[in-house]
Each structure stands twice: as C-alpha cells, then as structure tokens.
Ligand binder design. Sequence first.
Ligand code: CU
Length: 328
Amino acid sequence: MGASRELWPDEHTVFNILYDKFLFWSIIVGLFTFAWLLIAILRYREGVDPNVKLEEIKVGTFPKERHNFDLELAWFVGPTILVVWVTVLAFGSMNIVWGEVAKLQNDDDSFIVEANGLQWYWDFYYQDALTWEDMDTGHDVTWNITTGLTINPGEGAATAAVTYGASTANLDLANNTTLDVLFNELIFQHVDILDADGNIVHRWQHIPVEHKMSGDLIIPCDTNVLFNIYSMNPAREANFDATSTYQGVQHAFWLQEWGMKEDAVPGLEGGTWMYVQPNEAGTFPIRCAEYCGKEHSLMKGQVEVVAKEGMTCDADFGVYFEHEELRE
Ligand SMILES: [Cu+2]
C-alpha cells in the first residue's frame, strides 16, 4: 500500500475481505434494483402497454388484478437469504477477532507485547524475546553463546557499530569481523553495519523479555502477535497512586495496517487483548483511536515489521487466508 493509503488495511486482513464482500453484494443488489426501476418507469407509462389501465388504479387500493404470488414470494425469500448470508459473514469476522485471541494466549508460538497507554504516548514491554535481522542485504551477522559475534561483511560494508547492554564497540570491518563477547539473551544487543559514507546497510538486533520501547515498536512477521493493552497499568507506573481519583483515561490502540483496534481501559485488571498477523516487512502507523485529552492527535508512533533471524517474511502467512470465506 502506498503512503497515501496508509490508513487503509492490508488487502488480506479480515475487515478488508469483509468490506469487499459486502461491497460486491451491494453492487449486485444496486444494479438489479435500479435496472428493474428503469424498466418499470419506461414500460408502465401511459400508452405503452395496452393492458395497463391507469384510470383504474386508485390511491390506497392495491391493484390486485396484477397480483403475482411467485414474484412476491421471491422478493421476500431472495433478500432474506442475502441478509442471512452477510450476517453469517459478519459473525465469522467477529469469531476470528474475538474467538482466536483466547486460543493464541495459550499458544507458545504467539508473540506477546504489552501496550500501556499514557497521556500521550504508548509504552511497550516485550513479553517474548525477539532476535531479528534485515533480509536479503548481502550482509550477515551471527551472534551466539559459543563463538560470540561474527560479521560476514559482504560487499560495501566498512564498519560495524555494536551495542551489548550498556556497552558499545566499533569494528573496522577491513581488519576485524569478530567480537569476543558471547550472546546474552537477557540483555539488549544491536549491530549496525555501515558503508564508507556512514549509511546503515544492515541491522541485527536482540530484544530481551521485559525490554521497554516508547512510541515506536518492532514486531516479527509470520507470527501471531498479541497485544495486552492497558491504560496506565499500575504494575508499570512507579508513582501510581491507588488512592487518587485519577487512574488514567480511555485510549484505543489502533494498527490501521491490520484494521485492528482495541480499547485501553483504566483500572481494568488484566487489560484487553488483540492480535495481528504481519506477513510483510515494512513500517506502519500506530495511532490512538479514542479521544484521550489535549495531545490525543500526537499520540502516535510506528510499528516496524521485521523477519526473525535467519527467516524471511512469507506473504501467505496468516489465518486471514485460512478464513478467507469468513465462515465458522
Ligand atoms: Cu487518544
């Protein structure tokens, strides 16, 4: 999707599929209705059909001489079937949105992020660790618990900026492509490979559990990503005052790319949940969809979708595909 349509959901999301189906049936019904109306207007004018005696039609009296039971039955049964069908489609989408969350909460493969709405920004706390790397750049970073950091610089790489916990190091890749620091899953680790002009040509990153990001967020593709959403979560706010009448305000965490949003409710124990299924790398907007005060319009960020280390993003990922007919 281009930038001008960045608020329009990805074409494979459940609501986009639902929108297309509703639009399809609306167009069919519209064409049929207006075509019939046009035919009726043209055919039943005075003088066109000698069988129609206009002077016999009286206001408030049903013209029983033209009564057609089959036709009447058809325009009751036909629309009823259509309304039932679109209702089933709509319920199917609700089942995907609400029914799947409970299953995914208990699925070890789910990737969980806590989103905490504050005035006026989002704090994110990772509940699962994420090690990711840019795809298809020709450069490669390996960092493990036995041999430490190894960089395959590929073509055009000049230096590497390395962060591990609170420490940093710079490698001149012409002389040195390794670092004798073992991978540690408990700390934040980051490698940028840069070209001679200082442009970043490759990124590698390890985000540990309980890592905090503010405003912007990074999530993996080809994974069910669950958000546990709070407003001013007492467990996260050191100066939270349980006796204060102010317990935060309503926000709504909104990811337009997947057509999903969910309320952040002050004081709601356990928070609320929603999930998305990213299947392509890219950067997409984060918005607040519930008016929450003076700087509501500035309560925004970006979510970057990346590939887990050693993987690529498969455009076919997602139950949106399995549920394309939106039945169940
Ligand atoms: Cu808001």
